[in-house]
Design a protein around this ligand. Structure first.
Ligand SMILES: [Zn+2]
Length: 94
């Protein structure tokens, strides 16, 4: 009888232990993660005006996507005879 009682107590203890929720995961700490690499700078050439712009130049808002050409760098723009936009000045800071 005593053995049965001990077994019951042990089972109850195991059940109690297993019902304890796991500890919450540590809060995410974004500061410890490496910062994502900065977006690669791209240049957009307007094949109609033969001007090229920085990505996001307001002048590009009026340029249909079919007239836009992605350029890897100002050197490629120069090879393609694109002139730098006077508004966003894509050569500066390159
Ligand atoms: Zn521009």
């Amino acid at each position: 009888m005593l053995r049965v009682l001990i077994t019951v107590v042990l089972l109850a203890a195991v059940a109690a232990c297993s019902s304890v929720p796991p500890p919450p995961p540590p809060p995410p700490r974004g500061t410890t993660e490496p910062a994502p690499p900065p977006p690669r700078r791209a240049f957009i050439g307007d094949i109609r005006t033969k001007e090229f712009h920085r990505e996001g130049c307001p002048d590009l808002e009026n340029v249909d996507i079919s007239y836009q050409r992605l350029l890897e760098d100002p050197g490629e723009a120069a090879d393609e005879k694109f002139a730098p936009c006077k508004r966003c000045r894509p050569y500066e800071g390159w």
